[in-house]
Design a protein around this ligand. Structure first.
Ligand code: GTP
Ligand code: ZN
Length: 206
């Protein structure tokens, strides 16, 4: 595959993704898009844009390079008898919708009721980012995060609530900013037991 030879100079401060070579067919496609949108990809300000856009998309979509379930591989079975809800509340995330490749920006609240194992709390956010860093619909993202925790931790319950705004609804199309889409997935006791569901929703601030 042919690569464009526009790399960082010695001494430049570069993001890790800047080192990824961009195949010529990818930068050509972005040049075509710029032209189709009405601008001149040959003008000075746009010369490096195809490489930047390509590398930005590699970064937005870096979840394709990982299996988020791996983050839940290290569990702790001794937690001093703790047997109540664990909640990571309001985790900010960014994703992109699979229909328009426009940003989805939101917050996720992820809770589980452990049975015999807990996980390092940062790992819940890592699972979220792993699935969010792909082309998504919010419903699937919500379900994938919940299913992953359910499968790997075998807890008594999992609750995931995601609230997000969709760039495809604000910057284009219906142009309705400020509207949040809310999705939730309740599993185990949070699905079957009304009091447990109310308790976790209250902890999340709903
Ligand atoms: N359910 C769901 N819909 C989404 C999500 N992200 C974007 N959409 C919607 O996907 C739909 C795609 O509809 P289409 O009619 O095929 O595309 P469109 O003509 O660009 O639609 P408009 O956005 O209404 O202009 C739109 O209604 C979007 O609002 C998501 O995460 N979940
Ligand atoms: Zn969209």
């Amino acid at each position: 595959m042919v690569h464009d030879h526009e790399g960082p100079e010695d001494g430049d401060i570069v993001a890790p993704s800047a080192k990824i070579p961009v195949p010529a067919e990818v930068s050509d496609a972005i040049r075509t898009l710029i032209r189709w949108a009405g601008d001149d990809p040959g003008r000075e300000g746009l010369l490096d844009t195809p490489q930047r856009v390509a590398r930005a998309w590699k970064e937005y979509c870096q979840g394709y390079d990982e299996d988020p379930a791996h983050h839940l591989g290290r569990v702790f079975e001794e937690v001093g008898g703790y047997d109540d809800i664990v909640l990571l509340n309001g985790i900010p995330f960014q994703s992109h919708c699979e229909h328009h490749m426009a940003p989805i920006t939101g917050k996720a609240s992820i809770a589980y009721l452990p049975k015999d194992r807990v996980v390092g709390i940062s790992k819940l956010a890592r699972v979220l980012h792993g699935f969010a860093s792909r082309l998504q619909v919010q419903e699937r993202l919500t379900a994938q995060v919940a299913d992953c925790i359910w499968d790997k931790l075998r807890p008594q319950g999992v609750a995931v609530v995601i609230e997000a705004t969709h760039g495809c609804m604000t910057a284009r199309g219906v142009r309705t900013p400020g509207v949040g889409m809310v999705t939730s997935r309740m599993m185990g006791v949070f699905r079957d037991d009304e009091r447990s569901r109310q308790e976790v929703l209250k902890l999340m601030g709903y």
